[in-house]
Design a protein around this ligand. Structure first.
Ligand SMILES: [Zn+2]
Length: 114
């Protein structure tokens, strides 16, 4: 199953892009992983970050980061507050749970009455 991420925070940086040297195109994005299927919906604490330059449309990988970029990134990462991890059951799961509980009760009553 493919991992899904949603954007939690986007920061525009004033640093120079290591590819095209423009200083108004860099954007740092923090994303957090979530899982959604038939039974539940969950936000995990897995964080992913990407830096892209909107001027030259290039993703700037950490190997290309300058010292300045690394400093800014460290600062932003410290300031970043991730969404708390959550786990929510969907309706189908609740229906199944209730059905199982009812079944157990019915079975118990049946067994005790005999
Ligand atoms: Zn660029």
């Amino acid at each position: 199953m493919e991992d899904k991420f949603f954007t939690v925070k986007e920061v525009t940086l004033n640093n120079h892009c290591p590819e095209c040297y423009s200083n108004d195109g860099l954007q740092l994005t923090f994303k957090q992983k979530f899982v959604e299927n038939t039974f539940y919906k969950a936000i995990s604490s897995d964080i992913k970050h990407t830096m892209i330059c909107n001027t030259c449309n290039t993703e700037i990988f950490p190997v290309r980061w300058t010292d300045d970029l690394e400093r800014v990134f460290e600062y932003q990462q410290r300031a970043f507050v991730p969404k708390s991890a959550t786990f929510k059951l969907k309706k189908l799961s609740w229906i199944l749970l209730v059905a199982i509980i009812l079944l157990v009760i019915v079975l118990n009553v049946f067994l005790f009455n005999n």
